[in-house]
Design a binder for this molecule. Structure first.
Ligand code: HEM
Length: 224
C-alpha cells in the first residue's frame, strides 16, 4: 500500500462501485451512472461544508473569508452542472436496464442535496443577524454598494450560490427530460414535471425580492 493510497483510500473507494460487487455491472453505462452520483454526493457534502464555513467566518467578523468560502461552494455547483452532460451521453434504453436495479432509490433521497436544500434555515437567520450587527439592510447595501463593499461582495456570493443551486436543478431536469421524459412518474411516483418547479425556487427569496425593490425605486413602478 502506497502513502497515496493510505491517505486517499483509493482501494476502499473503488470497492464501493458496482463493478466490484457480485454480479457486476448491468451494462456498460452503469459505471458512469454510479460514478456521477457518488461524485455528486462528495461535492454536495463539500459545498455544505463551505457554506457552513462561510457562516462561521461572517460570525467572527471576517467577511472576506466568508465570501471566499461561498465562492468555493458556487464553483462546486458549477462542477455538479458540468457532470450532467456525461449522463446525457447515455442512451435512454440503457438507463432502463439500470433503473431496474435501483429499487425505489431516488435522487430525492440524496443526503447531500437535502442538506444543502435545508441549509437556508440556518444560513438566512445568521445572515440577518449579520445585517443587524452591521446596522445595514439589504436594500441599503444595494442602494450604495460603494459604502458597503464587503457586505456587497458577500451578498453577491450568496446570490451566486443560490443561482448555482437553481442551475444545478435545471441541468438535472434537462437530463431527466432527455433520459425518461417529463410526462412520466418517477420511481417514487412523483411526476417528473414537478422537478421543473425547483429550477426557479430560490434558496434565499429576499435576495431576489430586493433587486425588484431597487428597480421599483428607480422606475417608480408599483408592486404587482
Ligand atoms: C439518468 C439520470 C437521472 C434520472 C433519470 C433522474 C431522475 C430523477 C427523477 C425522476 C427525480 C424526481 C424525484 C423522484 O425520483 O421521485 C429525480 C430527483 C433528483 N435527482 Fe435525479 N436523475 C438522474 C440523475 C441524477 C444525478 C446524476 C443526480 C446527482 C447529482 C441526481 C440527483 C437528484 C436529486 C438531488 C433529486 C431531487 C431534486 C429536486 O427535488 O429538485 N439525479 N431524479
Amino acid at each position: 500500500v502506497t502513502e497515496y493510497d493510505k491517505y486517499i483510500r483509493v482501494h476502499e473507494l473503488l470497492a464501493l462501485q458496482r463493478d466490484s460487487a457480485p454480479g457486476g455491472l448491468v451494462n456498460h453505462d452503469e459505471l458512469m451512472f454510479q460514478t456521477v452520483h457518488q461524485v455528486a454526493e462528495l461535492w454536495l457534502k463539500l459545498a455544505l461544508h463551505e457554506v457552513r464555513g462561510a457562516v462561521k467566518m461572517w460570525g467572527s467578523g471576517d467577511l472576506r473569508a466568508a465570501t471566499h468560502r461561498l465562492r468555493r461552494a458556487a464553483e462546486i455547483e458549477r462542477l455538479l452542472c458540468a457532470q450532467m452532460p456525461l449522463l446525457e451521453l447515455m442512451p435512454p434504453k440503457e438507463y432502463h436496464a439500470i433503473r431496474a436495479t435501483l429499487g425505489r432509490g431516488s435522487g430525492q433521497d440524496s443526503p447531500g442535496f437535502n442538506r444543502l436544500l435545508e441549509s437556508p434555515s440556518e444560513v438566512w437567520p445568521a445572515f440577518e443577524a449579520l445585517l443587524r450587527a452591521r446596522g445595514v439592510t439589504l436594500i441599503g447595501i444595494h442602494r450604495d454598494p460603494e459604502a458597503h463593499p464587503e457586505m456587497y461582495a458577500l451578498v453577491a456570493a450568496l446570490m451566486d450560490l443560490d443561482e448555482g443551486f437553481q442551475r444545478f436543478r435545471y441541468n438535472h431536469f434537462s437530463l431527466v427530460r432527455r433520459i425518461i421524459g417529463d410526462q412520466v412518474k418517477s420511481l417514487k411516483g412523483v411526476p417528473a414535471a414537478q422537478l421543473a418547479q425547483g429550477t426557479t425556487e430560490p434558496m434565499f427569496p429576499e435576495l431576489w425580492k430586493t433587486i425588484s425593490t431597487l428597480t421599483r425605486e428607480h422606475t417608480g413602478e408599483s408592486q404587482y
